[in-house]
Design a binder for this molecule. Sequence first.
Ligand code: PNS
Length: 186
Amino acid sequence: MTHRIDSATLPGLTRVSADEMQRIALYPGSFDPLTNGHVNIIERGLSLCDELVVAIVHNPNKAPMFSVEERMQILREVFPDEKRVRLTTFSGLLVNYAREVQANAILRGLRAVADFEYESQMANMNRRLAPEVETVFLMAEPGSFFVSSRLVKEVALLGGDISGSVPPQALARLTAKVNQLQGKGS
Ligand code: PNS
């Protein structure tokens, strides 16, 4: 017996046929800066949806290394021609933004066990706020399991080699930023 899932039976979705339905996923994050782990999640996430909205959070309570515009620039440089990736920024509640862009799902990457608690809290709170938006997790690839924006910045500031952890476009900006912060400006 086959089960036909009609969009009319799914809560929160408009009445369109399955053929017409665009699957939109929202990948939110700080991306301060973009790492190879993020790039991998974006590339794999594209196989799960028609359009992937990559959204940089604007959080006035955080002091990022890169401005939202700088982070956006890195994303634009890394994904210049990918028509199905929409690069945006947002502030306020994630679920409100998910509804605004009509996302069916929120995409997040999972690395070590340490991510699990934080991510499960967020996913459950987001589900309580917006039950129609599923959170979907992709397990980080082995090469990115230990890579985080926080560690990348720390290692870069201390003069370590982070070329294996970030795309070249982010590396160039990180090097320039570290030089600027350490007064070695060019
Ligand atoms: O890359 P990050 O910093 O781990 O991303 C965290 C992010 C942006 C997903 C999270 O901070 C977020 O959703 N911020 C928006 C504010 C919000 O909705 N907070 C309640 C989450 S339950």
